[in-house]
Structures are given as structure tokens and as C-alpha cells.
Write a protein that binds this ligand. Sequence first.
Ligand code: 13P
Length: 341
Amino acid sequence: MSERLEEIAARMMTAGKGLLAADESTATIKKRFDTIGLESTETSRRDYRQMLFSAEEAMRDFISGVILYEETLFQKASDGRQLAEIIVAAGAVPGIKVDTGAKPMALFPGETVTEGLDGLRDRLAKYHAAGARFAKWRAALPVSDTLPSFGAIKANAHALARYAALCQEAGIVPIVEPEVLMDGVPGNHSIKRSEEVTEETLRITFEELADQRVSLEGMILKPSMVIDGKKARKASVQEVAERTLRVLKRTVPAAVPGIAFLSGGQTTEEATAHLSAMNAMGPLPWTLTFSYGRALQTEALEAWGGRPENIAAGKRAFSHRAKMCSLAARGQWKKDMEKAA
Ligand code: 13P
């Protein structure tokens, strides 16, 4: 299998497929398990992720790559195989979240800067040896009338660009994720404000990527959609799609092979509908697909409920959602397809 960055990126952006973000940190997966009353242990995390990665239909037909947390990359399935091997056997690419989290930014109250650059070169070599061929780093930018500040956007964009350069040196495709938060504090911003902030953030991010000599052909962008705050949601599917595409066309060079959205707290159906609407407005300069965490997993997690007897139901729920997202990646999803299932 070829190892050129462009080719890995092309595999990740296979038409009609997208990425499963299963890279919840130990703290975040605990929150997800709390919703089904399940204790988060190394074994329960393994069982849950093994269920997802061995959902045959979803993994073979709709998922081109899986973002893992470090624990999972080095974890074995119940049959003794590495979990990453199961992903590769299904024809998907394993990837790894490499940032160490968004930390309060000194002198910038209410804002964070994402950390993880120290020692990253050595960690990337270890991850590559374990089979990871792409990575993810997420910056988080809260929206209010005055936030995010220029300083926080700049610091986060610079870190993203330094990370991306280290990945490319290591033969790993960087997913560059500058998330403009929909559910941050205060969370009541308008879609207009979201558009303004997203445009400035992407503009600065691509400036920093150029300054750090990152190859655009060998990266994937993972943005948030332009959408009003979680406490003020009222924009139509059409408006979200139009504004998001307008910003992306203004800021993302056509040399970037693909854009894979995060779901960011949208419901599963909203995230599916928005992606489909955008793809239906094509042709577009880049592949536009999903890299959802919650919007791909919520239904599967509920159907499973932490019970071994529900594994088949969990796989079915995951396959259904992955199929809906795949249709959205082709611009062919319709609401009545949800009911048909
Ligand atoms: P959500 O789709 O749940 O926002 O997660 C995607 C992700 O990877 C965030 O970093």
C-alpha cells in the first residue's frame, strides 16, 4: 500500500465515505457512558469501540478512516487482535488524536490554546509504527460578541500549523481542526456572528499553514459548520449550508483534497441534513464529507446500552447512521430515508 501523503488523503476522502471520530479522551468517553449509566473502564471502552469497528456494513461501505485515542491504538480486541488491525481489515485507515487538550490561555480569560507539541515528533514515530496514517489536532474557539480574540485565533492556528508540519515530516496526514464552538459559553450567538468568526479563523489558519510550509495536498481540514449557537438555534438547513459553503470557498484553497466536518453538538439528523444540502449545491473544489463523533455514535451507544446482548442492535444503529451520512456525502440524503429504516 502506498504511503504518499496525497494518496493517504485520497483514501480518506473516498467518494461516499467519511471518518468516524472515536477519539474521545478518557474524560469525554466517561461523559458519554454516563448517559447510559455505564462505568467507563478500560474493558468497557474496548467493548464499545470493538463493537463499532466490527460493524461490518458500516466499516466496509461508509467509513474510510477512524480517529482513535492513544489507548485504543494500542489496545487489543477480545480475540487478541489489535483494534487497529480490525479497522485495516475493514478497508479503513486508522488515525490518532495527538493533541493533549485545550488549556486555559494565559492572559486570555475565557479562551484556550491547544497543547501537545512538546515531544510530538517522537510520539508520531511511535504512532506511525503502530499503524496510524493520519492524525488530528483540535483547537476550540468560543464565540461571543468579543470572542474569539485575534491573539487566541493566532496562537491556535500557529499550533495547528506546527503540528501539521510535524505530521507531514512523519508521513502522517494531519487533520487540521479549528472548531468554532456552537455549544460553548455563552452559546447564544447568531449565525451571522458564526460566519464572521469562522471566516477569520480559517483565513488565519491557512496563513499559518503556509508560513509553516505545510503541503495543502497532504492535509484534511476539519471545520465546524457556520451555524447559530446551541441556545439560539433557528437557522434553516439551507441557510447553514449556504453560509458554510460561502466561507469555505473564500478561505480554503482548492489544493486541499478534502473537508470533513465535525458535528459539534448538532443532532444526528441536523448534521446529516446540513452535509447533504451542501453536497447538493456542488460541484465543489474539494470532497466534502463527515468526521463525526456524536452524530455518528449517539444512536449506537443508546442501542447498545453497555449490554452484550445488544451488540447486534448497536452495530445496526451505527450502520444506519453511517449509511445516512454516506448519502449526505453524496448530496442524496432525504428525511424520509430515516423513517424507511
Ligand atoms: P463531534 O462530531 O462530536 O463534534 O466530534 C468530532 C470531533 O472529533 C471533535 O474533535
